[in-house]
Design a protein. Structure first.
Length: 223
């Protein structure tokens, strides 16, 4: 079976087994134990303003997959594969790509992968991820409808409702209803094994800056 791992930077990245072809996004090169492809889809200006540990990238990355050949990475000696944007848009008849993970999902479907594992694709914060979550879930839906198996982590909020249950199925007993009301949104993600606070790239003015949020998975709703 043709299968791959799509690796993100969320807390559930620690569960990744690296047991098959592994594709990372952006800063995953800093912790990934295996990285067959590194994807970036940001604007050239944003990539050029960002600092990268080139020594680690050269050591860990086999192939880049970019929409354009970013100047920063041209002379590293790592092959650059240009993302087949026009072909993918033509095949799937959509331009709904909310972030790099959505592009990676579409890329996997375009290349006929039959099973996709998601690690670190958690999408539970209140910054840019909340805006991007729908696009990733859209491509999960496209994959599953095409018969592709998508295996996500328990700790991810991607592909789940706010409490992990189907809408409308709240139970019949009063005590069950009370339990449901006590469930905090995204409470399911507290099972994450990661202990370090998350950092976020947040746009301040015209630039993106790395901001230490000092929150762990789920803490943003536990105030």
């Amino acid at each position: 079976m043709k299968e791959c791992i799509i690796l993100g930077c969320g807390p559930t990245r620690v569960e990744c087994k690296y047991h098959c072809e592994t594709w990372g996004v952006n800063g995953t090169y800093g912790f990934a134990k295996r990285l067959d492809k590194l994807f970036m889809t940001d604007e050239v200006s944003e990539v050029e303003k960002t600092w990268y540990d080139m020594l680690v990238i050269k050591k860990e990355t086999k192939t880049f997959v970019f929409p354009v050949a970013y100047p920063t990475f041209k002379n590293l000696g790592i092959p650059i594969e240009i993302y087949p944007m026009d072909e993918i848009i033509a095949k799937f008849k959509t331009r709904f790509f909310s972030n790099s993970i959505a592009y990676m999902m579409a890329y996997a479907l375009y290349h006929n992968y039959e099973r996709i594992y998601l690690y670190g694709i958690d999408m539970m914060t209140s910054t840019t991820y909340i805006q991007e979550k729908g696009g990733v879930e859209y491509w999960i839906g496209r994959a599953e409808q095409a018969g592709v198996e998508v295996i996500n982590t328990k700790g991810s909020a991607t592909g789940k409702t706010w409490n992990g249950k189907m809408y409308g199925y709240w139970g019949q007993l009063q005590e069950e209803k009370l339990k449901e009301r006590l469930l905090a949104p995204w409470d399911m993600i507290r099972v994450s094994k990661a202990s370090e606070p998350q950092d976020e790239w947040i746009k301040i003015g015209q630039e993106y800056k790395l901001v230490k949020t000092q929150t762990r998975a789920g803490e943003e709703i536990a105030k």
